[in-house]
Design a protein around this ligand. Structure first.
Ligand code: FAD
Length: 287
């Protein structure tokens, strides 16, 4: 099923994200991770993809596992930086052959030490236009409630986002954020700029102290004082930190839904146990 139809048919959706194993290491325990996440009956499951093309084939293996083996609609990420048109066309053909018709189209970032994009696409919007020329796919894109790190201003980033939506981006998933007010402000700005496609709010349960520094560095998101207090108090007690991280993410999701943000994406990071704890907390809200 197309993800845009899932949004139309369900008042509330909760999706989960997985990442595939690195190329050359086999599928490892990912099959178990996929089936444990599928048991939670998410609205759909997305599978990330490494930049540069090589990792994309593991993405295809995992989306196959999600959709064909476990019967959950899959969303395959496709990252275009350094890719040629022929490579993109082949990957889309291979995804189509597996029955995958939902694509999260991303530009990606150049790998460390690479200074130039030698591929055929400059922005995600170029990839999105191409995907629609190649076949009948439902296409989503990324967005950044605090502005993409390369954008001069949030305003400029939202103008660029409008180009992406006009190119055929049918829904947007946000980068993780830890203060819902930032998303509410962003939603207001999107509407003002004529962006009215569904926006899926990305929530990351931060459950161990090792993740914390890396996540805030990667996302560029400032640490809200309320979250900082939790980390300061519990980060040296792994069980307490996990419990507090799950509670924080749950509360964030409940507040989002209470304020009309009905499409939630949980950055599960291949941890079905965390996804289960959050889904259990939402059992009367997401039915
Ligand atoms: P774009 O939409 O192309 O934007 C990149 C920058 O260019 C922005 O600053 C934007 O303002 C600017 N821009 C866009 N269009 C124009 C234009 N026409 N003119 C001028 N400037 C423009 N990375 C991975 O490697 N694998 C993944 O699986 C992955 N999944 C992700 C999922 C989500 C939901 C999100 C939010 C991010 C994900 N990323 C992933 C990270 C992403 O690849 C990086 O954040 C990357 O830096 C930007 O990708 P993008 O598709 O948002 O780029």
């Amino acid at each position: 099923m197309k993800i845009t139809d899932i949004f139309k048919q369900n008042e509330i959706t909760v999706s989960l994200e997985l990442f595939p194993p690195k190329p050359g290491v086999g599928l490892g325990n990912i099959k178990k991770v996929v089936s444990e996440c599928a048991e939670l009956k998410p609205s759909f499951m997305s599978v990330t993809c490494g930049a540069g093309g090589g990792g994309s084939y593991n993405t295809i293996e995992v989306v196959r596992e999600v959709q064909e083996v476990n019967g959950i609609t899959a969303l395959a990420h496709l990252v275009c930086v350094s890719l040629g048109r022929d490579e993109v066309s082949k990957m889309l053909g291979d995804l189509k052959a597996q029955g995958i018709n939902n694509i999260m189209a991303l530009r990606g970032d150049l790998p460390h030490g690479v200074s130039e994009n030698t591929g055929d696409y400059r922005y995600a919007s170029d990839l999105i236009e191409e995907i629609h020329k190649i076949g009948d796919f439902c296409v989503g894109g990324g967005c950044y409630p605090e502005g993409h790190p390369e954008a001069e201003t949030l305003h400029k980033d939202i103008e660029n986002l409008k180009i992406k939506v006009d190119a055929g981006c049918q829904f947007l998933t946000t980068q993780m954020f830890f203060d819902n007010n930032i998303l509410y402000n962003f939603m207001f700005r999107l509407l003002k700029n004529g962006i009215d496609v569904p926006v899926v709010a990305g929530v990351m349960p931060v459950t161990n102290s090792k993740q914390i520094e890396r996540i805030f560095k990667l996302s560029g998101a400032p640490v809200p004082p309320r979250f900082k207090a939790i980390v300061d108090r519990f980060s040296d007690n792994p069980k307490a930190m996990r419990q507090a991280g799950i509670a924080y993410a749950t509360e964030q999701i409940i507040d989002l839904i209470a304020n009309g943000i009905n499409n939630i994406h949980i950055y599960t990071m291949n941890r079905p146990k965390n996804a289960k704890s959050i889904m259990d907390n939402l059992s009367e809200i997401f039915v």
